[in-house]
Design a protein around this ligand. Structure first.
Ligand SMILES: Nc1nc2c(ncn2[C@@H]2O[C@H](COP(=O)(O)OP(=O)(O)O)[C@@H](O)[C@H]2O)c(=O)[nH]1
Ligand SMILES: [Mg+2]
Length: 319
């Protein structure tokens, strides 16, 4: 968790420095090791490439993405007869930026959009769904949009109350719902209400129990079906929330949800204090789904639009 001092820093020194501080563990794990590798005036040979491979994998980049990166670096070195290993460091940075750039697609709500814009938030338990909903509601409140929250998490005790607290903090409204109803019924009612009141954005929370995947997936599919059938509306954004600390396992989580419901955007939470930030390269390279936001703490303002260049500059330190 970050403190007030960090918060002031974000304001004073801008987003890049703020990211640098949050991603310090990923940086240590990834670029510091790469720098050590390239800085020693190492001979450019197979051993160096193997070490690079090892480093990328340790920082939670999958083998497929790792091989792709190593292959590009190797080709570049051979083609250009590179002698200075530091030159390869710069090239690596460029190639890794190229992986992230296509997924830098912000969530934009078109002006003439039929109301409400529906965001369904999904992911396993404890990844930060409800917290992120509060942050996103606040983000849109700042853009002068009206936001309604729907508590589709009928499983976890206190889920409604937690969302209520976030609605207060974010100046949004929580749709009053009966806990005895099922998720799809609650979300359906919330959509009808939003349409009637011409609310700009509806953000629906869902439960994330992991021990019963089949039931959870069926519930999510039902939500999607009900929205489509009864409202002639589509979900505008199925946002998957991913905890950066989970590393490679989150790829399996992502796949499971994606196959069942179709994800349109990702928010990566808890980038503060994780050494596993490398997972972002795997996600981008394998699935090419937009990364909308990064969550970097427990406060309402700890949410940042994903920016590929800033991310690369934050984790690839100069020395
Ligand atoms: N450090 C940190 N903690 C977070 C972040 N997002 C959420 N959390 C914490 O993660 C825990 C679970 O969050 P919650 O929103 O209830 O997860 P949910 O079960 O997916 O709805 C809470 O203690 C949050 O304060 C983040 O970006 N950074
Ligand atoms: Mg929750």
């Amino acid at each position: 968790m970050i403190n007030q001092q960090d918060h002031n820093m974000k304001k004073k020194h801008g987003f890049l420095n703020y990211l640098k501080k949050n991603l310090i563990k990923t940086t240590k794990n990834l670029s510091q090791k790469i720098i050590n590798l390239f800085r020693k005036k190492n001979v450019i040979n197979e051993k160096l490439f193997n070490k690079l491979k090892e480093t990328l994998i340790i920082s939670d980049i999958d083998i497929y993405t790792t091989n792709k990166i190593c292959h590009l670096i190797k080709n570049y070195a051979q083609k250009n007869k590179i002698k200075d290993s530091l030159e390869l460091y710069d090239y690596l940075k460029i190639e890794m930026l190229k992986i992230l750039l296509p997924v830098e697609v912000p969530l934009i709500i078109k002006k003439n959009k039929k109301k409400p814009f529906i965001i369904l938030v999904i992911g396993v338990n404890g990844v930060g769904k409800t917290t992120t909903i509060g942050k996103i509601a606040h983000y849109f409140y700042k853009q002068k949009k009206s936001v309604l929250l729907a508590s589709g998490d009928t499983f976890r005790a206190g889920a409604y109350e937690q969302l209520f607290t976030w609605s207060k903090r974010s100046h949004s409204i929580l749709f009053k719902s009966n806990k005895k109803k099922d998720s799809s019924a609650i979300i359906f009612d919330a959509i009808s209400y939003s349409k009637k009141k011409q609310i700009d954005i509806l953000i629906a929370d869902t439960s994330g129990r992991l021990h019963n995947n089949i039931m959870l997936m069926e519930e999510l599919k039902k939500i999607a079906r009900v929205i489509k059938k009864n409202n002639y509306m589509l979900i505008d954004e199925v946002m998957f929330i991913l905890d950066a600390n989970i590393g490679q396992n989150s790829i399996n989580q992502f796949k499971m949800f994606h196959e069942n419901i179709g994800i349109t955007g990702i928010t990566i939470t808890k980038i503060d204090g994780t050494a596993k930030g490398g997972v972002i390269f795997s996600l981008a390279n394998k699935f090419n789904i937009p990364i909308r936001f990064l969550g970097s703490g427990e406060k309402i303002t700890d949410l940042n639009l994903f920016n590929a260049k800033d991310f690369i500059n934050a984790i690839f330190i100069k020395d």
